[in-house]
Design a protein. Structure first.
Length: 602
């Protein structure tokens, strides 16, 4: 089959379906998509709420619990223990399939009937406020993370100890305000730092120790702003920075932000991979337009956050585990031959279903465990199931669901946005594809305004001590104003799920004192959004290397002078290499191809 260009029924932009794409759709027996790759990604991420939580009562045991479903949502909520108990049976909420109604109307009815688990976690000890988490000890506000000990304010972290305010970090200890870091020890305010220690304000550094405010260093010690110092001078100079002062810390952040633009960036972070296109890809093969792959993915396309050896899959957000393959339009899953679903774990041949576990051959089911051959939670024989499924697929094509924006959902589409159990700004869609309230509503998504918190703020941001040495233990009793929230205002100054106020917890205060770091001025949510601003968008631009021979192209009044000869040999000859990158052409960073970049940093 030849390459085809089609118009997205959501944004009306053209997108391309390649011959290999058609082969994949034929293999899993689904029609080609009607939405472009980016619109499909937005639609999926708008179903994953990782960290927006509320207080609710379990509707089975009556206890207070924390839930990702706010009280105004039309869903029954059970606490995690009750949801997994044998005190109820999901199959008792079965429905007969009605060929006089569109499929998605019936599925939404089932969603509202079957109880939902308030949170997703397992094996946690002395930990509060977490979701999509496992193997957590002494954790607080931990989301989409696993195997942590004494960690607070974490997202997408794995095997980390004694750290605070971290995102996308692996196998690190005593770290603070870091992003996309691996195997670090006592590192703060850094991104893409690997095997570094006793350092701060690093970007894309490896195997460095005692370095401050430096970029693209390899195997270095005692550097400040990319300049070498003796050990004695380094100790003296770094002491002058005195980052225990919030005022000094803000200046250091500003200075480093300007410094980092002076050095070239690698067009993409791709390691130990073959034939891949995307960003933050490790140990992958034949993967295209993918982001954040960390575990031997193979033959995947349009995927985000695959942390296991996932194979032969398209359009997936968050999947893992050996044997996971042939996925399509899935969010948060483990299994084989899964399509158009959310939170289906250890399942096979499951389609258009939500939160099903250890099950096979399901269509349009919610909350089932250890079941097979069910439709709308109703049990059928294998023969009945095999006869009914094609009829339902045909019915979906003949009587499609049409949403409020006039978009048509036949068989082959992920769930419509208006069926999502979450508002757009409650989900990771708001992090990757931020929208204002008016923009989200115009696109057919719902929006959740902040609930009244009625905090009695006892300490204004401007009244916090500047230096950590001046902070008294009484700070643990204060309710501190977030700097993004003006007292007396009904809305924050940001679009970052601001919680208006926050408290300092005891382990946080001990950590900041030990690391000589000042008190934060923002709530945990706003701090998280500041970190993820380091993350490039889930979008690719075709560009040419900005190495012009002896120097780089001038960008935002910065021009980098090369320190080595490059593969294009002639000193005044621009590099001819082209690539797909997450750096938009108008951005101020200097972007190099892999070969030119490595000549400068190795």
């Amino acid at each position: 089959m030849s390459r085809e260009t089609r118009s997205c029924q959501n944004c009306n932009n053209n997108f391309t379906i390649e011959p290999e794409d058609f082969k994949f759709y034929e293999k899993i027996k689904v029609p080609p998509p009607t939405w472009c790759p980016e619109c499909r990604m937005v639609r999926r991420t708008a179903w994953r709420n990782e960290a927006t939580v509320y207080r609710r009562k379990c509707e089975l045991c009556g206890r207070d619990t924390i839930s990702v479903y706010s009280s105004d949502k039309p869903f029954k909520i059970y606490c995690r223990d009750c949801w997994w108990s044998d005190r109820w049976e999901p199959i008792n909420f079965k429905q007969n399939y009605d060929f006089s109604k569109p499929f998605f109307n019936q599925f939404r009815s089932l969603m509202e009937a079957v109880p939902h688990s308030a949170l997703q976690f397992e094996n946690v000890v002395n930990s509060e406020y977490l979701n999509h988490a496992a193997n957590i000890k002494n954790g607080y506000l931990v989301f989409a993370s696993h195997d942590l000990d004494n960690v607070s304010y974490s997202r997408n972290a794995t095997f980390v100890k004694d750290s605070l305010d971290i995102d996308s970090t692996d196998r690190s200890e005593f770290c603070y305000e870091i992003f996309q870091c691996v195997k670090d020890f006592k590192v703060s305010f850094s991104g893409y730092a690997e095997e570094c220690r006793d350092s701060g304000f690093l970007f894309d550094c490896r195997n460095c120790n005692n370095c401050v405010a430096s970029v693209a260093l390899r195997n270095k010690s005692y550097y400040i702003f990319n300049e070498p110092y003796s050990k004695e001078d380094f100790i003296s100079k770094s002491a002058e920075l005195d980052l225990g002062s919030f005022k000094n810390l803000q200046k250091a952040k500003s200075d480093f932000g300007l410094h980092i633009l002076k050095y070239p960036r690698r067009f993409a972070t791709i390691r130990n991979s073959v034939n891949v296109i995307g960003n933050n890809i490790y140990h992958a093969k034949n993967c295209f337009f993918c982001f954040d792959l960390t575990g031997d993915a193979e033959n995947c396309k349009y995927c985000l956050t695959l942390s296991g050896p996932v194979k032969d899959s398209y359009d997936v957000v968050s999947a893992a585990y050996s044997g996971t393959e042939l996925l399509y339009e899935m969010v948060s899953c483990i299994g084989r031959r899964l399509s158009f679903g959310y939170k289906n774990w250890h399942c096979n041949e499951v389609t258009l279903s939500e939160d099903c576990h250890s099950s096979n051959d399901l269509l349009a089911c919610v909350g089932l465990r250890n079941k097979s051959y069910c439709i709308l939670n109703k049990q059928y024989t294998k023969e009945e199931y095999m006869e009914l499924v094609p009829r339902i697929v045909k019915h979906m094509d003949e009587m499609p669901y049409v949403d409020q924006k006039g978009r048509v959902y036949k068989y082959g589409e992920f769930f419509p946005p208006e069926l999502s159990p979450f508002a757009y700004n409650e989900t990771i869609a708001q992090e990757y594809f931020p929208l204002s309230k008016s923009e989200a509503l115009a696109k057919g998504y719902s929006w959740k305004d902040p609930e009244p918190r009625n905090y009695e703020i006892t300490l204004k941001t401007e009244d916090l001590p500047d230096h950590i040495k001046d902070v008294k233990d009484s700070i643990l009793n204060e309710i501190i104003q977030c700097a993004h929230w003006e007292l007396g205002s009904s809305t924050p100054k940001c679009n970052e799920q601001c919680t208006q106020a926050f408290k300092i917890i005891s382990q946080e205060l001990a950590f900041l004192r030990k690391m000589n770091l000042p008190l934060p001025r923002l709530c945990p949510n706003c701090r998280h959004y500041q970190r993820i601003r380091q993350r490039n968008p889930l979008k690719l631009w075709h560009r040419r290397c900005e190495c012009e021979g002896q120097k780089s192209k001038i960008k935002d009044q910065n021009q980098y002078t090369n320190t080595a000869d490059h593969i294009h040999h002639t000193k005044d000859q621009p590099c001819p290499n082209e690539f797909e990158t997450t750096y938009a052409p108008e951005r101020p960073e200097i972007v190099y191809c892999e070969q030119c970049y490595l000549r400068e940093v190795v």
